[in-house]
Design a protein around this ligand. Structure first.
Ligand SMILES: Nc1nc(=O)c2c([nH]1)NC[C@@H]1CN(c3ccc(C(=O)N[C@@H](CCC(=O)O)C(=O)O)cc3)C=[N+]21
Length: 303
């Protein structure tokens, strides 16, 4: 067996961001409309701070407006809801993202439910989950959306393929199942209570790993030639014991890449696979929301 093709999500995301950047310039020139994204972060979690800074820089680099609201960890739920109400009413803001996780004293579903569904660029509002489930236009969660774009680019028509998704979260597993069902795959959603998971994953033409457990999916869990999408981003101690002792870390996926690459037909690496697509799709959703707010077609120009 030849080694699996490495699916370059970083390069694909760059191409997508280029198309979004051109579309944003055109929207501004023709209609005087500049898409605006508000990112809200509560508390000081260092990893979250890095993601949020990254999102802000990417948003501005693509020609859109980016407002970041950094709130202290003690912020009350009512204060957060007041900010969301202001952002819902702000005509210059087309997308609202509240960084998760939120502190324990805040009810996340109450907060997500307060976002105007047409500004919900994460696609986490129940209205958008419902639209996706019944096939209505809405805003689709970024990670599954980006993953399916990579799959279609890699495999073309997905009709009739067996897809196994490991993980049933509302933000990845469930929306991924809806998107693959819409592509006419035969979809199975596996989770921590699934019996004989390795036997099930070995039936998958498309295997999506979204569990958040470092390198859980082994090489012999994969059907030879399958396409593997690794959604996991897990920070683990460095492989070098000396560096690990100094507290150095590295990022690995939910798939044991070195084993999997010998069996799969194609596989996304971590980093450089799904992660960059998540951010590109956030920009795409913000552009989409801005176009729809003005009654314009959000289709992107070709590559
Ligand atoms: N409301 C909300 N929406 C989110 O979309 C959201 C969130 N909250 N909370 C935190 C997670 C995390 N997240 C990532 C996005 C991109 C990369 C990414 O691009 N990673 C790079 C670099 C990885 C690295 O080296 O650390 C890669 O995979 O290549 C990572 C993580 C979005 N999140």
């Amino acid at each position: 067996m030849p080694e699996a093709k490495r699916i370059d999500g970083k390069a694909f995301a760059e191409g997508l961001v280029n198309r979004i950047t051109r579309a944003v310039a055109e929207l501004q020139a023709r209609h005087g409309l500049k898409p605006g994204l508000a990112v809200v972060i509560v508390g000081e979690d260092p990893a979250s701070q890095i993601y949020v800074r990254n999102k802000g820089e990417r948003t501005e680099a693509s020609g859109m407006r980016s407002d970041t609201h950094r709130l202290p960890a003690e912020t009350s739920q009512d204060q957060l809801l007041d900010l969301i109400a202001d952002l819902n009413a702000d005509p210059g803001i087309h997308g609202i993202l509240v960084q998760l996780p939120l502190p324990d004293h805040i009810d996340s579903s109450a907060v997500l439910g307060a976002i105007d569904p047409d500004k919900d660029v994460d696609g986490f509002h129940v209205v958008n989950a419902g639209r996706l489930a019944v096939g209505l236009p809405g805003l689709v969660p970024c990670t599954p959306l980006g993953s399916v774009m990579l799959l279609k680019d890699q495999m073309g028509d997905l009709t009739g393929l067996n897809a196994v998704i490991v993980g049933r979260s509302n933000i990845v597993g469930k929306p991924m199942a809806q998107l693959l069902l819409a592509e006419s795959c035969t979809v199975t959603v596996a989770h921590s209570r699934t019996r004989d998971l390795p036997a099930l994953t070995r039936t998958a033409d498309i295997l999506v790993a979204a569990v958040g457990r470092p390198e859980m999916i082994k090489g012999d869990w994969i059907k030879p030639g399958a396409t593997v999408i690794d959604v996991g981003i897990n920070r683990v101690p460095s492989a070098d014991p000396e560096k690990a002792a100094q507290g150095k870390t590295r990022v690995v996926g939910d798939v044991a890449y070195a084993e999997a690459v010998a069996v799969a037909g194609a596989i996304t690496p971590v980093p450089g696979g799904v992660g960059p697509m998540t951010i590109a799709c956030l920009l795409m959703n913000t552009y989409t929301a801005a176009c729809r707010s003005a009654g314009l077609d959000p289709a992107l120009p070709d590559a």
